[in-house]
Design a protein around this ligand. Structure first.
Ligand SMILES: Cc1cc2nc3c(=O)[nH]c(=O)nc-3n(C[C@H](O)[C@H](O)[C@H](O)COP(=O)(O)OP(=O)(O)OC[C@H]3O[C@@H](n4cnc5c(N)ncnc54)[C@H](O)[C@@H]3O)c2cc1C
Length: 375
């Protein structure tokens, strides 16, 4: 591929950053990715991926079948007290651990010519049409463009004074890999007071069990095992899953300060994608697809710049990306927040499950409003 004069630094090698990196490198950009963790590694995630990503991943040489994922076509939702509905997932999805998936996409990025720095970015400065990215090791990278693909919350958000960083983030996420006896084609979503838990099969004979809980639940019960006993086990389905499964991690993977509030897409000319641009509630099972899709539309806006960046072209690119991002994701994020608020409430979750039991139309609207079309 013929090169061009544009260098891009991407902070964060999650699905959003890796997607942009691969697309830009394939177009001849000089792409450097900074990632603070070494592959492979575990992340807190439900590890269910909507099939909407498959055409795009195949088009860039990522063949998910090689990873032997599970194929998921049914969703069962239970209310806090255990009432259930089952619904078919029209588009369906697959289950694959982030440990395996991210490592595979990282390899594709390497073979596309992306350069990786396993280091922590500590500051980004834009001056005289050029970025300087400072790393914890003391190294400094310079580039014409910087993409912030560093996930839901990072040291950089504080350093760069992003508004959302100073607002409350009242959720924690907890993940296990387990061996259990659930059907391989089913994803379960079991609600408990102030949270919900997803379970689905991933590769080999493994299952993912991952839940989101209000942080106050943990504060009230003092420890994760006690919170699980006092809240999750009240849902009879979760009680059965926890009782009948082998838990494979010594300690669960845990993240806190999860926030779903609106974020800026561009600040000081840093362009954000994936969770760094806005996070959909995990209930929708669609964050990974959105991370990949936003990485794609960002790379497409950048590619429209042509062979060199000017202040005018930079502004046009930023506007183009914001317009496309809002068209694709703004409604979905709002719908996800609204639906989550219903399911986090004991009474409302029972009412919602009863309403969905009665109306196939309502259930299919629920799934459609939080998912995109294949891209
Ligand atoms: C509890 C829970 C369950 C979920 N379940 C699902 C699900 O089942 N299906 C689904 O589709 N989505 C799910 N999601 C959402 C999904 O995990 C995210 O939307 C997706 O991973 C976002 O990808 P990303 O590339 O934006 O960010 P990430 O995957 O978070 O990647 C960001 C990267 O940036 C790196 N980084 C951060 N700061 C720095 C720095 N300063 N310097 C260098 N590197 C840095 C991090 O190490 C990380 O590797 C879930 C989320 C949660 C919280």
């Amino acid at each position: 591929m013929e090169g061009n004069n544009i260098s891009v630094v991407i902070v964060g090698a999650g699905l959003a950053g890796l997607t942009s990196a691969i697309l830009l490198a394939k177009q001849g950009y000089t792409v450097s990715v900074i990632e603070k963790n070494k592959f492979p590694f575990h992340r807190v995630c439900g590890e269910y991926v909507s099939n909407e990503v498959l055409p795009f991943l195949t088009s860039i040489g990522i063949n998910i079948r090689h990873l032997n994922p599970s194929a998921i076509s049914r969703l069962t939702v239970s209310s806090v007290s255990g009432k259930t509905i089952e619904l078919p997932l029209q588009m369906g999805g697959f289950g694959i651990s982030r440990y395996v998936l991210d490592q595979y996409i990282y390899q594709v990025a390497l073979s596309s010519g992306v350069k990786f720095y396993f280091d922590k970015a500590t500051n980004v400065v834009f001056n005289d049409e050029q970025f300087s990215v400072e790393l914890a090791s003391g190294d400094l990278l310079t580039s014409a463009l910087v993409i912030g693909a560093y996930g839901k919350r990072s040291n950089l958000d504080q350093k760069l004074k992003r508004d959302f960083f100073y607002r409350r983030s009242p959720y924690i996420g907890i993940k296990y890999h387990i061996k259990t006896d659930l059907p391989a084609d089913l994803i379960r979503l079991d609600n408990f007071q102030g949270g919900y838990c997803g379970t689905c099969k991933i590769e080999e004979d493994l299952y993912n069990l991952c839940y989101l809980s209000e942080t106050k639940n943990l504060k009230a019960h003092g420890s994760i095992p006690e919170m699980e006993r006092q809240l999750l086990f009240k849902n009879p389905h979760l009680n059965r899953i926890f009782g009948n499964s082998d838990f494979l991690f010594k300690q669960p993977e845990v993240i806190n300060e999860i926030s779903f509030i609106r974020k800026d897409l561009v600040k000081d000319h840093i362009i954000y994608c994936g969770d760094a641009a806005g996070m959909i509630t995990p209930l929708c099972g669609n964050g990974m697809a959105m991370a990949i899709h936003s990485g794609k539309i960002l790379a497409e806006s950048i590619i429209k710049i042509g062979r060199a960046v000017s202040p005018e072209k930079r502004l046009l690119m930023e506007k183009d990306y914001e317009r496309n991002w809002n068209r694709q994701f703004a409604f979905r994020l709002r719908a996800g927040r609204y639906i989550q608020s219903i399911f986090l409430d004991h009474q409302l979750s029972n009412i919602a499950v009863r309403a969905f039991q009665k109306s196939a139309f309502l259930t299919s609207m629920l799934v459609k409003s939080t998912h995109g079309k294949p891209f």
